[in-house]
Design a protein. Structure first.
Length: 297
């Protein structure tokens, strides 16, 4: 008896339910109040910047915030010279650049044993570093000035650079140590099994994984040194050695003779290195710590 083939069952059509209509998002009064406060604070920060930009291209030397009657670049021409801008900016780059490099290298070397090794003095040392981060620099300038006089480091660019690095070191160590704690120790153990020593592990394993942390410490350290007025003002005496943070003081006057247009133009030029540094290093901050696939396999 021949078998009768049964026809295939017709496909069952699946009906996709229509998406539910979205309800209009309700604006909470609390969130609206917070947004209004943030907008007001943002306006307070934008107004000084707007005043500085307008005053730098204005033909009138006025303290009032108003649209200039004519745009001019005379203020930039007046400050773009060796004594006013070029030499102070170069001094700032030398002080802050070398100071930042010393701080970052020393922070990495100090943070690694604090993050990886345990000892009895580890916690007191960390508390000392935490206390040092909140110590105002003005509280130690008198003994520092006396010490610099005794060792003949007054008006010394290398001495001022080392002191700037030392004053930024507690914050750099504390921040670098927190970033280094996020690097898994198993990766270092695997590298040691392959024959790597401590410096090779630090340079080839730890630092590439915590590169965003190094960038953050570099940016914060450079910005802090770039805007430091008090330290170079006390420790440097020669006018040709003063950085831009101190030379901006020459535009101010106590007899209402301040050149606001030139001061604004110089302030814009003074802000350019920090903005350029952030734009160059900001791309390193987008990736975060890519440790998710490092432990697989």
């Amino acid at each position: 008896m021949a078998a009768v083939a049964t026809p295939p069952a017709p496909p069952v059509s699946k009906t996709v339910p229509a998406p539910a209509p979205r309800r209009p998002r309700r604006v909470r009064p609390g969130r609206l109040a917070i947004n209004l406060v943030l907008i007001a604070v943002s306006v307070l920060y934008v107004l000084p910047l707007l005043w500085m930009v307008l005053a730098s291209v204005s033909d009138t030397n006025s303290f009032r915030l108003k649209w200039p009657s004519a745009l001019t670049l005379d203020n930039f021409d007046a400050v773009l010279n060796v004594d006013t801008t070029y030499r102070p900016m170069l001094n700032s780059l030398l002080l802050c650049g070398f100071g930042t490099a010393v701080t970052v290298v020393a922070s990495v070397l100090c943070a690694y044993p604090l993050s990886r090794y345990r000892s009895r003095v580890r916690r007191p040392f960390l508390y000392t570093i935490l206390f040092s981060t909140g110590l105002p620099i003005t509280a130690v300038m008198i003994p520092v000035y006396s010490m610099f006089v005794q060792v003949n480091l007054i008006d010394s660019m290398p001495g001022t650079t080392l002191f700037l690095a030392a004053s930024a070191l507690p914050f750099g160590i504390w921040l670098m140590k927190n970033f280094m704690d996020g690097v898994p120790i198993v990766l270092e153990e695997a590298a040691r099994i392959d024959g790597a020593n401590t410096m090779q592990v630090l340079w080839r394993v730890v630092l590439p994984l915590m590169r965003p942390g190094v960038v953050v410490v570099t940016i914060f350290t450079f910005i802090g040194m770039w805007g430091n007025f008090f330290v170079p003002f006390i420790l440097l005496l020669s006018p040709e050695k003063l950085p831009a943070s101190v030379s901006v003081f020459t535009f101010l006057s106590a007899h209402d003779q301040t050149q606001y247009g030139q001061l604004s133009a110089f302030s814009l030029l003074y802000s350019l290195p920090v903005v350029m540094l952030y734009l160059l290093l900001a791309r390193k901050l987008g990736g975060g710590f890519a440790l998710g696939g490092a432990l697989k396999g």
